[in-house]
Ligand binder design. Structure first.
Ligand code: NAP
Length: 353
């Protein structure tokens, strides 16, 4: 069997985080008619059809050497992820102490005391007594009914410091925090965040935010590392590069690597962890086979030119909420938060709390 040898980065708590992890968000299907209907009425729904494929691919990922798994309460797959992890431990493929498992606290649990409630429920679903990292998924606090609870993320952070103290996690961090939010958090915390998980890809280099985090010993984890490069994410107007981009193909040819491998390698050389998601076994292997070549300065300069600030993840329905972290697109018609983004069973196995 092919094996991968994934390099690590160091977290501020002294632990190592594998520079390549396995993403587990299956996404929502957006069947928009473009008509004047609220989003929740046109079938914007969680898509769990690929759960069996995801679990099979995760099992294979652990077999070939992946040690980092990124999940979240919101992803609705924690019970199944926990089962795969347990199977791999029982089979003797891996020990718990060799795995780096991240979960996240959703927007409904932003009162300081609720962070522990959320994390304990995640641990229960995962079948673990601790995770390696728990993240505040977003800086906004929104109830299941879609009410802006306006809870300061500094209050939420006190809950994160508490679960760290109790040993329910080895490290604490944030996700989707912008540079102002990072500065305010770092100036007002007892324990600094070990990680900020944000969208980074060729179109969205996030140079200032990444630079600020790295200068302050906060490791950046890139979600959606392929942006709209892959056919499943490309839209009519999404920018280059795509998988057939000539400049990307030329760099790939130079090293005998694919365009996606060149992309992930570029992020790695910027000191950024990537957590690509794939349910396709050949891509599981492909995505982690990036630690045996080095892009040269000329390639890096070519790749940097694709940065144009284009966001793949831009949830406009959260735009009116306090602490929405991205630049606001003006002139947007009000869109209700789709029900699938507010209410769900705790895991695909049902209401396990
Ligand atoms: P992504 O990993 O950039 O892209 C996933 C898509 O790329 C899937 O359609 C996958 O197809 C395809 N793909 C994967 N490897 C490929 C390859 N080598 N060649 C061609 N296509 C490939 O985007 P993402 O899922 O949005 O982000 C990754 C992870 O980040 C998520 O799973 C989740 O864990 C995390 N995330 C976090 C947040 C946050 O708010 N913190 C937001 C979004 C995502 P197949 O599956 O069909 O192979």
């Amino acid at each position: 069997m092919n094996k991968v040898n994934v390099s690590n980065f160091k977290l501020s708590n002294g632990d190592e985080i594998p520079a390549l992890g396995y993403g587990t968000w299956l996404g929502v299907s957006e069947k928009s008619s473009g008509a004047d209907q609220p989003a929740e009425e046109f079938g914007f729904d969680f898509d769990g059809t690929d759960i069996p494929k995801l679990l099979d691919a995760l099992s294979y990922a652990i077999d070939i050497g992946y040690r980092h798994i990124d999940t979240a309460h919101f992803y609705r797959v924690e019970p199944e992820i926990g089962q795969v992890v347990q199977e791999k431990i029982n089979e003797g493929v891996v020990r718990r102490e060799d795995l780096f498992i991240t979960t996240k606290v959703w927007q409904h649990y932003h009162r300081a005391a609720d962070v522990e409630v959320s994390l304990r429920a995640s641990l229960h679903r995962l079948g673990l007594d601790h995770v390696n990292l728990v993240l505040m998924h977003w800086p906004m606090s929104i109830s299941q009914e879609g009410v802006d609870e306006k809870i300061d993320y500094l209050e939420t952070w006190r809950g994160f410091e508490e679960v760290l103290k109790k040993g329910l996690t080895k490290a604490i961090g944030v996700s989707n925090f912008n540079i102002e939010q990072m500065k305010r958090l770092l100036a007002n915390c007892n324990v600094p965040p070990a990680v900020n998980q944000i969208e980074v890809n060729l179109n969205l280099s996030q140079t200032y935010l990444v630079g600020y985090c790295q200068a302050n010993e906060v490791v950046v984890v890139a979600y959606s590392p392929f942006g709209t490069m892959v056919p499943s994410r490309a839209t009519l107007n999404s920018p280059e590069p795509k998988l057939d981009n000539p400049a990307m193909l030329a760099i790939g040819r130079k090293y005998g690597k694919t365009v996606t491998q060149v992309t992930l390698r570029y992020l790695y050389q910027r000191g950024i962890v990537s957590i690509p998601k794939t349910v396709t076994k050949s891509r599981v292997l492909e995505n982690a086979s990036i630690f045996d070549f080095q892009l040269d300065d000329e390639d890096v300069a070519t790749l940097a030119q694709f940065d144009n600030g284009f966001r793949t993840v831009r949830p406009l329905f959260w735009q009116p909420y306090e602490n929405y972290p991205f630049d606001v697109v003006p002139g947007q018609k009000h869109v209700d938060i789709p029900i699938a983004m507010r209410k769900w069973k705790n895991g695909a196995n049902g209401d396990i709390v």
